[in-house]
Design a protein. Structure first.
Length: 218
C-alpha cells in the first residue's frame, strides 16, 4: 500500500471526528461547503502569525461557531478582544452579511491554546518553511525540528521534503525520520501536515508526520 492516503482522513469516523459539524439539504450543500472553504482560507490568512493548528466549524440555523486551536492565543484575542472583533468583521464581510441586520447570522469564536506546540505537525511545518525561506541549511532545520518533537514525548517523526532542495538544478526527494510511524495502523494517532515552501529557487514541498502513540476507541 502506497502511503498516499491522508492519515487523518484514513482514520476519520473510526477514531477522529469531522472538522465541520452541520447539516444542509441537497440543494444548499454545495454552497455551504464552498462557503466553509472560503472561510477556512480567510481565517488561515488572518491567523498566520498565531500558529493556527486546527479549526472546527459548527453551524446551526442562525449561528456559526468557530473553534480555533492555536499556539499563540494572545495574537488571536488581541488587546481587550480587539483581534476577535476584527476577525468577526472579516468573516461577516466574506459572508456578505450585515451584522446589524435583524436576522443576521450570529458569529461566535472560541480560542483554545495548544499545550504542546512541538507535538503539532502544523506548527513544526511552519517552522521548517520559515527556515527554508531564510536559506538556512535544510538538514540543520530538520534535525533540530525532529529533536524537539522527540524531546516533547512523540514516539516517532518523519519529515519529507521534495523539489529544488538547496537551490540545485535537479529536483529530488529526501526523507528523514526518528522513531516509528505506523501509517497503516488505524489506532495510531498520527498528526500530519503538508505545505509547499516558496524559496528563491522555487517551490519545495514539505510533509510532516508525528506519531503520538495509540488511541483507544471509546
Amino acid at each position: 500500500m502506497g502511503q498516499k492516503v491522508h492519515p487523518y482522513g484514513f482514520r476519520l469516523g473510526s477514531f477522529f471526528d469531522w472538522k465541520a459539524h452541520w447539516f444542509a439539504p441537497k440543494s444548499d450543500y454545495a454552497d455551504t461547503l464552498l462557503q466553509d472553504l472560503k472561510l477556512r482560507r480567510l481565517i488561515n490568512e488572518q491567523l498566520d502569525r498565531a500558529d493556527l493548528v486546527d479549526l472546527i466549524i459548527e453551524r446551526s440555523l442562525k449561528k456559526i461557531r468557530f473553534i480555533f486551536y492555536v499556539g499563540r492565543p494572545g495574537v488571536v484575542i488581541g488587546r481587550g478582544g480587539s483581534g476577535i472583533e476584527r476577525l468577526k468583521e472579516a468573516i461577516y464581510q466574506s459572508l456578505g452579511v450585515d451584522p446589524k441586520a435583524k436576522n443576521a447570522t450570529q458569529i461566535n469564536i472560541e480560542v483554545k491554546e495548544v499545550k504542546n506546540p512541538d507535538l503539532s505537525a502544523r506548527i513544526v511545518l511552519k517552522r521548517i518553511i520559515a527556515g527554508l525561506k531564510k536559506r538556512i541549511p535544510h538538514r540543520r532545520i530538520i534535525n533540530k525540528a525532529m529533536e524537539q518533537v522527540m524531546a516533547s514525548g512523540a514516539q516517532g517523526v518523519k519529515i519529507i521534503i521534495s523539489g529544488r532542495i538547496g537551490g540545485t538544478e535537479i529536483s529530488r526527494t529526501e526523507k528523514y525520520s526518528l522513531g516509528k510511524i505506523p501509517t497503516q495502523t488505524l489506532r495510531a494517532n498520527i498528526d500530519y501536515a503538508e505545505e509547499p515552501a516558496l524559496t528563491r529557487s522555487g517551490y519545495v514541498g514539505v510533509k510532516v508526520y508525528i506519531y503520538k502513540g495509540e488511541i483507544s476507541k471509546k
